[in-house]
Design a protein around this ligand. Sequence first.
Ligand code: SAH
Length: 204
Amino acid sequence: MVQDQLLTRDIRDPRTLAAMAEVPRHWFVDDAMQGQAYGDHPLPIGGGQTISQPYIVAYMTQALGLQGHEKVLEIGTGSGYQAAILSRLCSQVFTVERINSLLAGARRIFDKLRCFNIRSKLDDGTLGWAEFGPYDAIIVTAGGPEIPAPLIAQLADPGRLIIPVGDQHEQVLQLLEKKDGQELISSLAGVRFVDLVGEHGWNK
Ligand code: SAH
């Protein structure tokens, strides 16, 4: 997976590559899909949700530019795979999921993998997690109509936030960089994510 899908594309950060090589992705997918766990595509994880394609996980992780000392907030725990990758690259991960069964499954794997620096909760992540902010980096792994204002407020200065923004069919990965009191937004790749559902996301 690392050789064929990441190194041949634009994943260059050695720490991201090492984390992608170490975390057993097959632990995060159902028994029926074990054979496809390392394929170059997203996979269903139940509840109509998906675990992102390995390349997208690596791409978003690399874009955060983590050095190791950071506190990171993830919105959309899902299978827990992205959080487990992040847990090896920063000091603390806070992750929020709105579907209880997914969160329960992810927590079991965090324990099994001994990811003791991950804290998780069941909630609407478009509100962020104010108690432990501000965060050096924020990653949203579901697509919304705009960047939720509470997340911008909970981002440290300097800080980086990455989120898919668009309609419910396709989005663009947006990177918001906060620095010296300024916010700079750049558009990265086109992507397709499941809906970010919540007060500052899509309504359902
Ligand atoms: N990072 C996950 C990707 C999961 S898909 C992984 O590595 O597997 C996106 C997840 O975002 C889904 O589990 C969905 O339930 C969750 N989600 C959608 N809107 C949310 C919200 N407002 N707060 C928290 N989680 C949300």
